[in-house]
Every structure is written in C-alpha cells, then in structure tokens.
Write a protein that binds this ligand. Structure first.
Ligand SMILES: NC(=O)c1ccc[n+]([C@@H]2O[C@H](COP(=O)([O-])OP(=O)(O)OC[C@H]3O[C@@H](n4cnc5c(N)ncnc54)[C@H](OP(=O)(O)O)[C@@H]3O)[C@@H](O)[C@H]2O)c1
Length: 311
C-alpha cells in the first residue's frame, strides 16, 4: 500500500487523524514557509488563558506579537498573561453587552489577527442575562459581536486574519436552529456540535460578506486540555495517551496568523490543510438555512452594536 493511500485511510478513521499520531503524520507534509513580521502587531485571543489558546498566545508572543487575552476568570487570566507576556482583559463572551464594550475599548495599533478560540461545554443548561444558551451565546454570538464591532470601527482589513477555533465534533451535526435555548431538553454535546457547525458556516459567510478580511475556521484535533478532562471524562480517560499537546492543537492557529501568504478566505482547516466541511450528506443544510443563520445572528447582535457605538 502506498504511503498516500495509507494516509487517506488513516484520515478517514478520524481517530488516527485527530489524535497526536495524526498531527505527527500530517506534520511531515508541512512546507517550509516564510512568516510575516509580527513585531509591533496586535493579536486578540479569546480564551487565551488556558489550553489551546494559551499555547497559541505563547507562540505568537515568541514571534514578537503584542497579544491580548480575553477570558472570564480574572485571577487565572492575570496569571496566564504574566506567564505568557501578554495583556489580559476580563470578558465573558456570553455577556454580549460586555463583549461589545470591550471590543469598542480595545485599541490595537495594528491588528494582525483575531483568534476566536474561547469555548466550553457546560454540564447544565445555562442561560445568559439576555436569554441565550451559553454555548451559543459565547462561541457564536459573542465571537461574531467582536468581529462586527471591530469591523464597524474599521479595524479589520486585509492584514487582519479572523481565525475561528471550531471542532471536529461539528461533523456529527447538521445545523439546527429550531430550539437554540434547549427549552425542550439540554443535550450539551449536540449544543456544542451545533455551535461549532454554526461557526464553520458563519466563517464561510463572513468571507463572502467581508471579502477584504481573510477569514479562516480551523479545528485543533483532540487535545489534552482541562476542557476535555472536565467536560468529557470518559473520552479523556480512553484517549489520554493519544491526545495532542496544546501546542500541536494550536499549530494551525499560529500558522494561519503568522504565515506570510494570506490564507485563502472561507476555508476550514486541520493541520495546515483545507478540509471538507461535511463527511456525510445528511449534515448539509439547504441554502435557506444558511441565510436564516446569518440573518438571525446579525439580528441577535444588532442591539449591542448600539452599545458599542454609544458609551
Ligand atoms: N481540547 C480539544 O480537544 C478541543 C477539540 C476541538 C475543539 N476545541 C476548541 O478549542 C477551544 C479551546 O479549548 P481548550 O480545550 O483549550 O479549552 P480550555 O483549556 O478549557 O480553555 C478554554 C478557554 O476559554 C475560556 N472561556 C471559556 N468560556 C468562556 C467565556 N464564556 N467567555 C470568555 N472566555 C471563556 C477559558 O477561560 P475562563 O474559564 O476563565 O473564561 C479558557 O481560557 C474551544 O473553542 C474548544 O471548543 C478543543
């Protein structure tokens, strides 16, 4: 069997693609590429105080970038910022008014990348003050809110790469907008996969809506972090020896942010390689659902655009 045939079989197994052996196998094909100079350039990373986001922050600080981390826990945030050599702002991505204000107050000199990485999978259904379910609010609406405010302020342009951190878990899910608050019974894995699917679709749509802003969505594979340990203890126990390190999970984020050549906008990436967004036709949505998603997300964030404009 040829190496490429074996590689494509291993990729189709999912396990031996998303795990650390998959990373190491894919890494053998990484090209040597020039990087842009990130000195005196800003990078905003949501959820950069732990796990994959922290690993990305470290790598970008090493390249000279001025990195700002947004997350909820101020103690953990300040400690992480000190460890990494970054700045920290306390922001709960599920609190859309706070997100809009923080995005208005964020004053980068030259914004090289916005990494939309914050994520969690709460054990119990949690509604925000505004009545949104927390996974949806923080990972989809909150991240769109950041981009919309920065875009309205003229801070997103060809040099600013938007990088969404989705999940391979989204492959299991067709977008379902029918019960976004999970009033009929909370299923956290489905809620998470739905939000991650929405991130992929939204990333594609923003690439069309804002053609001058390079937009990428990636997934990190299976990575050894607290999120996996606490939210999926059985999965963690079974897969621990083969999980990726946070640096391996963050590799594509750093590559997308740092490579000299602008990544083609609107693609979905794993290990520096564009990926299909569906593994089976059952997860594909009709175009009307994509339109409905984008309209709903823009309508749901509109009200806080005003908060961002009027202090
Ligand atoms: N680990 C994996 O195998 C894996 C696989 C696929 C995708 N991902 C995705 O990768 C991203 C990072 O995950 P991770 O595994 O590195 O998790 P992690 O180690 O638990 O880190 C999550 C980060 O997000 C922050 N965060 C969570 N909820 C937030 C909120 N509402 N507002 C602001 N910040 C918030 C956390 O800080 P605070 O708690 O202080 O807010 C922390 O900094 C997530 O989007 C996750 O879905 C991970």
């Amino acid at each position: 069997m040829t190496a490429s045939r074996l590689g494509s079989l291993l990729d189709r197994s999912i396990v031996f693609s998303f795990d650390a052996t998959g990373f190491r196998r894919h890494q053998r094909n990484f090209a040597t590429e020039s990087e842009r100079d990130l000195h005196d350039q800003d990078v905003l990373i949501t959820g950069g105080t732990a796990g994959i986001g922290e690993a990305a922050a470290r790598a970008l600080v090493r390249r000279g970038a001025r990195v700002t981390l947004w997350a909820r826990n101020p103690t953990r945030g300040k400690q992480a910022a000190d460890r990494i050599g970054a700045a920290f702002t306390p922001v709960d991505l599920g609190d859309l008014e706070r997100v809009a204000i923080a995005a208005r107050e964020f004053t980068p000199k030259a914004l090289a990348a916005v990494v939309l990485n914050a994520g969690a999978m709460p054990l119990k259904r949690t509604l925000t003050h505004a009545g949104h379910e927390l996974i949806w609010a923080s990972q989809v609406l909150g991240h769109l809110m950041i981009l919309r405010v920065l875009h309205a302020r003229g801070l997103l342009g060809p040099e600013t790469r938007g990088i969404w951190v989705s999940s391979g878990g989204m492959y299991s899910q067709r977008l379902d907008l029918s019960d976004l608050t999970w009033a009929n019974g909370y299923q956290r894995h489905t809620a998470y996969a739905d939000a991650k699917r929405a991130q992929v679709m939204l990333g594609e749509q923003l690439a069309v809506r804002w053609p001058t802003v390079p937009m990428a969505v990636m997934h990190p594979g299976w990575v050894q972090t607290d999120a996996v340990k606490h939210s999926m203890p059985l999965f963690y126990a079974l897969t621990r020896p083969i999980l990726r390190t946070p640096a391996q999970g963050a590799d594509t984020i750093v590559w997308l942010a740092a490579r000299k050549q602008t990544p083609r906008s609107g693609l979905f990436w794993l290990d520096r390689t564009p990926q299909p967004t569906h593994l089976r036709s059952a997860t594909k949505s009709p175009p009307a659902d994509t339109t409905a998603l984008v309209e709903q997300l823009f309508a749901d964030t509109d009200v806080w655009m005003t908060a961002a404009e009027n202090p």
